[in-house]
Design a protein. Structure first.
Length: 431
């Protein structure tokens, strides 16, 4: 057994055994000097490069070493270097895992996690190498370093084993209600896992909706760091591009079920809309604190209402509250209707979709217009022609244009009102 103090002392002095050993010692000293500055820009990359150089140099030097002290010195250098590599790999795996969970597409997410797996393997290989050299040295210090490497490798593997593949179905009123359409649809198409925060205000209605949609088997226990909802619109777009008719039928069967709208719902709709014959268009109103720049502008809403009326259609105001003076004679005001008990019970989600179906099938609803609010996307995926307004191209929802039938994006360019006018005419003619 080589005394620990001797190895420690040798690590801080130059060796006599040729140029390779001193070079390895020097490289390790340079790498170790960076450990207190790894948080600074570019330092960790430099550190990783130096660790690689240490391992290569010390391994080469071992092939030429003859003296036992020189061999012990190189074993000590390698234990330090491999332990450092294992800990660095554990750190890198954690950083990349967090970034991969937030990747914009499922493909990017999976690619990121594949790289995480490779980094974890690096940590495990480094820990195994550190353990091997520690056994040869047989010192307390070497064993402690090997143990640190082992702990780092175990922690790195745990990152992969504990990956949360589930997507959160938000069941709190503060979150976008419409995001639920995305997740349920994507889960039907791609077999995604779903989690719901226990105790959320609308947990039971959310579970009821998912169960009715045949997604009971997709539910998982709630955990932190879920998969990113950014993936969902891409998954839906891919399903519609592959077979739009099949995708739409799948969603209608799951979301609407086999039962027709309830008698109370039919009666409620008839009381609100029944006396107004003719084709109708939903005008969505968004007024929220989140991304307030996307809120409905009342001046624009007035213009849209006038366009709808001039096209010979009846506007139905829907969504958040709107000043009564903006609702012209003959229009229908259903804003805030989603707060009524009829749409707040255990079947609240299916009831809202049945509302749109009842309007479409019995009361002449031919399309919907609004800003990018996820509430529109439930009926859009079910087949209601949709025109959403945006200040610039929307990378997420733009994937649906040309894939989801009747789904159009209108950027607020100088001619955008002309595009809306033309679209309204087409809807009126049933084109």
């Amino acid at each position: 057994m080589v005394e620990e103090d001797s190895v420690t002392r040798l690590l801080h002095t130059e060796a006599d055994g040729g140029e390779l050993t001193p070079r390895a010692v020097s490289l390790w000293a340079e790498a170790a000097a960076l450990q207190g500055r790894l948080h600074l820009p570019g330092v960790r990359d430099d550190y990783r490069l130096r660790l690689e150089q240490v391992v290569l140099s010390a391994t080469r030097a071992l092939g030429n070493a003859v003296e036992s002290q020189e061999v012990a010195l190189l074993h000590g250098v390698l234990v330090h270097a491999f332990a450092a590599r294992a800990e660095d790999a554990r750190y890198g795996a954690g950083q990349l895992a967090r970034g991969s969970q937030r990747a914009p597409t499922l493909e990017d997410c999976e690619d990121g996690w594949q790289r995480v797996e490779e980094i974890v393997c690096t940590a495990e290989e480094a820990a195994a190498a550190a353990a091997g050299y520690a056994r040869r040295l047989d010192t307390a210090r070497a064993r402690a370093l090997a143990r640190r490497a082992e702990v780092a490798a175990i922690a790195a593997r745990k990152i992969v084993l504990e990956r949360n593949r589930a997507y959160t179905f938000h069941a709190d009123p503060g979150f976008s209600f419409g995001e639920g359409w995305y997740l349920a649809a994507a889960a039907l198409f791609a077999g995604l896992s779903i989690q719901i925060r226990p105790g959320a205000a609308q947990e039971l209605p959310a579970r009821r909706f998912l169960g009715d949609a045949g997604l009971d088997g997709s539910l998982r226990p709630y955990r932190s760091r879920p998969a990113s909802p950014k993936h969902l619109t891409h998954i839906i777009a891919a399903a519609f591009r592959a077979d739009a008719l099949k995708a739409q039928r799948t969603l209608r069967a799951a979301f609407l079920g086999n039962e027709p709208p309830s008698a109370p719902l039919k009666s409620w709709v008839a009381g609100k809309v029944g006396g107004k014959p003719g084709a109708k268009v939903l005008l969505w109103v968004r007024r929220g604190d989140h991304d307030a720049q996307r809120n409905t502008g009342f001046a624009e809403l007035r213009q849209l209402s006038e366009l709808v009326l001039h096209a010979g259609l009846t506007p139905i105001f829907f969504g958040d509250n709107v000043p009564l003076e903006l609702v012209p004679p003959g229009a229908v005001n259903l804003t805030l209707c989603w707060k009524e008990p009829l749409f707040q019970g255990p079947e609240m989600r299916r009831a809202q979709l049945h509302l749109f179906e009842e309007l479409r099938c019995r009361h002449g609803l031919v399309g919907q217009i609004g800003v990018t609010t996820a509430g529109m996307d439930g009926p859009a995926l079910m087949g209601l022609p949709t025109l959403y307004l945006t200040q610039e191209r929307n990378l997420r929802l733009g994937k649906w244009v040309g894939a989801v039938p009747g789904y159009q994006e209108v950027v607020r360019e100088p001619d955008y009102l002309d595009i809306i006018r033309t679209t309204l005419h087409q809807w009126l003619l049933g084109e």
